[in-house]
Design a protein around this ligand. Structure first.
Ligand code: FE2
Length: 374
């Protein structure tokens, strides 16, 4: 079976209501420097901080925001700390995909009743700005979903954090919200995790891509996209498929030492401006050859943007029955070839750029070849 698109999820049977992505937390080796990277290149505002100066002795965390995107960068201050162990194992990577919910206790107990593994029991954090209720469940690899209820909180982020501002001028690049977060899992595990999201969190299967959809001459992968009741949260899950050479998913799993978040897609409503600015700030993108642009308009039809701008900035375009989308992928943002970003602008399209898979995976293979890991 090739690509199958399911009907849109309905909201009237939502067994696990989620209001949106609350934050994404990365465990990193040097949060201070990582925070500067996200400010100087991706144009994030520094909004909050927790560390020894605020009475927290074990870890430091920098909170960065742009539009509705909120990242937390956390490092350990001692080698014995869990964060240090996580970084030693995985390199810099995503530990927490936090979901904003109305009722943490109910969400947590219903998830655990339906088979979720508890990571953190429901508890209340409070300070002079009010209280936040949190709990967490495990998902693939060492990744967790923190559930966050913040009805009674007026503070800048979470209790214990203090407000901060950038130390230097920031140029926002127009990022609006998290469009989707993709996980890579081990061979044979994709369906297990799709079932987890369906059974435990009430997600619906949105799209299936098999290895005929996503294959080059050398490598292949399979992917299924699940989406929550209101459609705000989309989690594609990839697993490697058999190919002649080592797939990008296997390379990720080798370097991340297991399953984890592969890429985060950030939405913009002006991708030409966003990518132009990111390039000027030094962000490295995957290279797509000029010949991609020779026949792309035959494939996607009329678009608002000028093809020369797309070619100059190396932006990809694809169309589905609802409209079209523009997208581009960064190279990995840490030394291990693991986490990277997608910048996406949707002009009606609800899909994920299937028409670009081949060009994209060939671009990744060129990078793998240079790394000697193909
Ligand atoms: Fe994506």
């Amino acid at each position: 079976m090739q690509t199958a698109v399911q009907t849109n999820p309905t909201t009237n049977t939502d067994t696990f209501p989620i209001k949106g992505t609350d934050y994404i937390e990365f465990y990193v080796g040097n949060a201070k420097q990582a925070a500067i990277y996200y400010q100087a290149t991706f144009g994030f505002q520094w909004t909050a901080y927790r560390g020894p100066e605020t009475g927290h002795k074990e870890t430091v965390s920098y909170v960065l925001e742009q539009g509705k995107v909120r990242f937390v960068l956390t490092s350990a201050l001692h080698p014995e700390h869990e964060v240090a162990r996580h970084v030693a194992e995985h390199g810099d990577g995503v530990r927490v995909l936090a979901l904003w919910v109305d009722d943490v206790s109910h969400s947590f107990s219903s998830a655990v009743d339906r088979g979720a593994k508890a990571a953190l029991e429901p508890h209340i954090l409070s300070d002079r700005d009010g209280e936040v209720k949190m709990a967490a469940i495990h998902t693939y690899g060492e990744t967790i979903h923190m559930l966050v209820e913040r009805k009674a909180y007026q503070g800048v982020f979470l209790p214990g954090y203090e407000a901060r501002k950038n130390d230097f001028p920031i140029k926002p690049v127009g990022l609006k919200y998290v469009d989707h977060c993709v996980g890579n899992v081990e061979l044979g595990d994709m369906n297990r995790w799709v079932k987890f999201y369906q059974d435990v969190l009430g997600f619906k299967l949105l799209i299936t891509f098999d290895d005929k959809d996503i294959a080059t001459e050398y490598t292949a992968l399979m992917s299924k996209v699940v989406s929550n009741g209101n459609g705000y949260i989309k989690f594609p899950i990839n697993e490697p498929a058999k190919g002649l050479k080592k797939s990008q998913i296997e390379e990720y799993l080798d370097f991340y030492r297991g399953a984890g978040v592969q890429h985060i897609a950030l939405a913009t409503d002006d991708i030409l401006f966003t990518v132009d600015t990111l390039r000027n700030h030094g962000v490295d993108f995957l290279y797509v050859p000029d010949n991609y642009y020779e026949d792309v308009l035959d494939r996607v039809g009329k678009i608002d943007e000028h093809i020369d701008d797309l070619k100059r900035l190396n932006i990809l375009v694809d169309r589905d029955e609802d409209g079209y989308l523009l997208q581009i992928f960064t190279k990995p943002v840490q030394d291990r070839p693991t986490v990277f970003y997608e910048i996406i602008q949707r002009k009606g399209a609800k899909s994920f750029g299937k028409g670009n898979f081949k060009a994209l995976f060939e671009a990744i293979e060129r990078e793998q070849e240079v790394r000697g890991t193909l």
